[in-house]
Design a protein around this ligand. Structure first.
Ligand code: GLA
Length: 661
């Protein structure tokens, strides 16, 4: 589906957010109309949590109230991203179908009273979800306000109930074909776990000690596929009545219950929600991480930031506010990396209910507030960027991401609790971001030939095809960095025998790892080049590679920690430990130079972000974001779309969008 249709319809990039008018009355709706105009809102997501109003009792739909809102928004020039409300079933649903409530791994039955209280594998839930998607699409498929369909909200829930067990068995039969194959895959010869009938197989519920890792990994895969099937059912019900694009808002990066590559193939455009998990420069880096992931999952196509907070930074046990200027900078951080707009959760801050302290475009204080003034300024800025619609982003560097590896690194019984897939990915991305490079994420089996440098921070599970792909990438001239504990197991979680990592990768790296040796908590080791490392070490020998740094103490004294191998016309690097921050930054810097990956904004100091978007007709734009507290002169003045004038300097915290020559 051509997504230009959405931006053509909006007359440029999207700006707006979740609109939940059912919390307010007609007086407020009138103000909303006026304030949306002021803030240049052109897209509102409606209906996400409206199941109880849309279907007040089973099978009886009431859409009159929704007609009125859609008509009103349309009259005000606001297009609608219409959501199916299936992420929050009303109490009548769960009372009528108690078997559709989720059950935890420990057998605890959850109740209603929150949201997401359903098991996606429960037939009653699936029927109800399909039915309401169908009813909505039938009624609104051609509504003039409609611009986009939004299925569900942040698919991510898992369940261990008997419905899930039944669906899991069906999935397992399809994947393994026979019980013998399943027993072999899961290694049930050990601990007397052999299954002799499909009915004996359960979800990996709470048990005495380690759960079977193959069972746990397959359960993660199963849930991703089951969730995708649930999405497809709603999408197809919608498509039967409407030809507007259909998407679902994918969850912020820390959750990994879905194979986002697979979702990227099934949505008409990738849409994501993003809430930074640290303040200041960390929030900016986190924004880039989320945005680069979103773009990559859609294969580089334009995507959409469906939700962000105006004043929300999730920092552990508290929610921090954003600093002045960050609403615009974060919005542009996403747009720079290919988002076709910037949307928020939600338009008006709830005065009651579960998210009353979550920030919004209009805070409790009302429109006479810093937040609303910054929202309005951001709306004006986004409105000036219409010519960027449909343009895309190019990266010379990729970080490998694979949900199988992520899930596999969550199974019981791994050698160290300090093995953290997500942290390894973020760290690699951050080092590249700090070095001023734009990063794609890629799957280990993707065509990698367009990247000068590929970093594999946590490739624990690697298929033969993946290992061969990486070997061929290096042979053909690529530079590859593989980090510890990679290529250790195949897709069945079976260990690679005869030395790690998987043989084709060993060939490209010119090494053979004999033994993994996790370090003690708080233990630090020094390497021969003066850098220090923590958490992990490996006993390896070179088989053609050059050792660039070695361990200096203990059993591993003298054995290589960092290696480099000339293979074909490329270079395979292997790092067998976790370097300290400065050592890792230096290594990444060296790799970028060797690979010839050019910085996006040469001449700009650290803390000034530069990303370019390119149109197919050769036009281009450079988005510049100054995360520093002082003004920064530009290497070259340029025409800034935000001010429609020439800029030669970025003010503290300032932004510019320059037309490239
Ligand atoms: C998510 C959800 C929203 C809202 C926000 C803020 O992204 O999709 O419904 O709950 O978080 O917490």
């Amino acid at each position: 589906m051509d997504i230009r249709r959405l931006t053509d319809r909006l007359g440029g990039l999207a700006f707006g957010g979740d609109y939940n008018p059912e919390q307010w009355d007609a007086e407020v709706w009138k103000q909303d109309d006026e304030l949306m105009r002021r803030a240049r809102v052109n897209l509102a997501t409606v209906g996400v949590f409206s199941w109880a109003l849309m279907e007040p009792e089973e099978g009886r739909y009431e859409f009159g109230w929704l007609d009125a809102h859609l008509d009103r928004l349309h009259a005000g020039g606001v297009a609608v991203d219409l959501a199916t409300p299936t992420a929050s079933p009303p109490p009548w649903f769960t009372l009528a179908h108690p078997d559709a409530l989720p059950v935890g791994p420990d057998g605890a039955h959850l109740t209603h009273g929150s949201r997401d209280t359903y098991c996606l594998a429960a037939p009653a839930y699936r029927r109800a979800a399909r039915r309401i998607a169908d009813a909505l699409a039938e009624r609104y498929g051609d509504h003039p306000a409609l611009a986009l369909w939004h299925v569900h909200n942040e698919y991510a829930t898992l369940c261990w109930c008997d419905h899930a067990a039944a669906a899991f068995r069906v999935w397992l039969r399809a994947r393994h074909g026979s019980l013998d194959a399943l027993n072999e895959a899961w290694g049930t010869a050990f601990w007397s776990q052999r299954y002799t009938a499909w009915e004996q197989i359960l979800p990996p519920r709470t048990s005495q000690w380690h759960r079977n890792p193959g069972q746990a990994l397959d359960f993660s895969r199963f849930w991703s596929d089951e969730t995708l099937a649930a999405y497809r059912e709603q999408r197809d019900a919608i498509r039967a009545h409407s030809d507007h694009p259909v998407t679902t808002n994918l969850m912020l990066p820390g959750y990994q219950n879905l194979d986002l590559w697979a979702f990227g193939r099934e949505v008409d455009l990738v849409a994501v929600d993003h809430y930074p998990t640290g303040p200041g420069i960390d929030a900016a880096a986190d924004t880039a991480f989320g945005a680069d992931r979103a773009r990559s999952f859609g294969g580089g196509a334009p995507w959409l930031l469906m939700e962000q907070g105006t004043n929300t930074v999730y920092a552990g046990d508290r929610t921090l506010g954003k600093e002045p200027g960050e609403i615009l900078r974060h919005s542009l951080g996403h747009i720079a990396r290919g988002s076709e707009g910037a949307l928020f959760f939600q338009w008006r801050q709830s005065r009651a209910g579960a998210e009353q302290w979550h920030s919004a475009m209009i805070p409790h204080a009302g429109p006479d507030s810093r937040t609303f003034r910054e929202v309005t300024a951001a709306g004006e800025a986004v409105a000036r960027l219409g010519e960027l619609a449909g343009s895309t982003v190019r990266a010379e560097v990729a970080v490998l991401h694979d949900s199988d590896s992520w899930w596999a690194m969550k199974v019981d019984g791994l050698p160290s609790s300090e093995l953290d897939y997500h942290a390894a990915l973020r760290r690699a991305h951050r080092a590249l971001w700090d070095a001023g490079r734009t990063v794609d994420f890629a799957h280990p089996e993707h065509d990698l030939s367009r990247y000068r440098l590929v970093v594999a921070p946590a490739l624990f599970l690697l298929t033969d095809a993946g290992a061969e792909n990486l070997r061929d990438y290096v042979a053909a001239g690529g530079t590859l960095l593989v980090q510890p504990f990679s290529g250790a197991v195949d897709e069945r979680l079976h260990s690679r025998l005869g030395g790690y990592p998987a043989a084709p990768l060993r060939e490209a790296l010119g090494i053979r790892v004999e033994e993994y040796r996790p370090l003690r908590r708080d233990e630090e080791v020094t390497l021969s080049d003066g850098s220090t490392a923590v958490a992990w070490s490996e006993s390896l020998r070179t088989e053609g590679a050059e050792a660039l740094a070695a361990y200096t103490h203990g059993m591993l004294a003298g054995s290589p920690a960092l290696t480099r191998h000339d293979f074909g016309v490329g270079h395979g690097w292997y790092l067998s430990t976790r370097l300290d921050d400065s050592g890792y930054a230096a290594l990444i810097g060296r790799l970028l130079t060797e690979a010839g990956a050019t910085p996006e904004g040469p001449g700009l100091p650290p803390g000034v972000e530069a990303v370019s978007r390119h149109a197919p007709d050769g036009r281009g734009w450079q988005v510049l974001l100054n995360h520093r507290a002082e003004a920064v002169p530009l290497p070259q003045p340029g025409h800034d779309l935000l001010t429609d004038g020439t800029v030669s300097e970025l003010p503290p915290g300032g932004c510019a969008v320059l037309r490239a020559h």
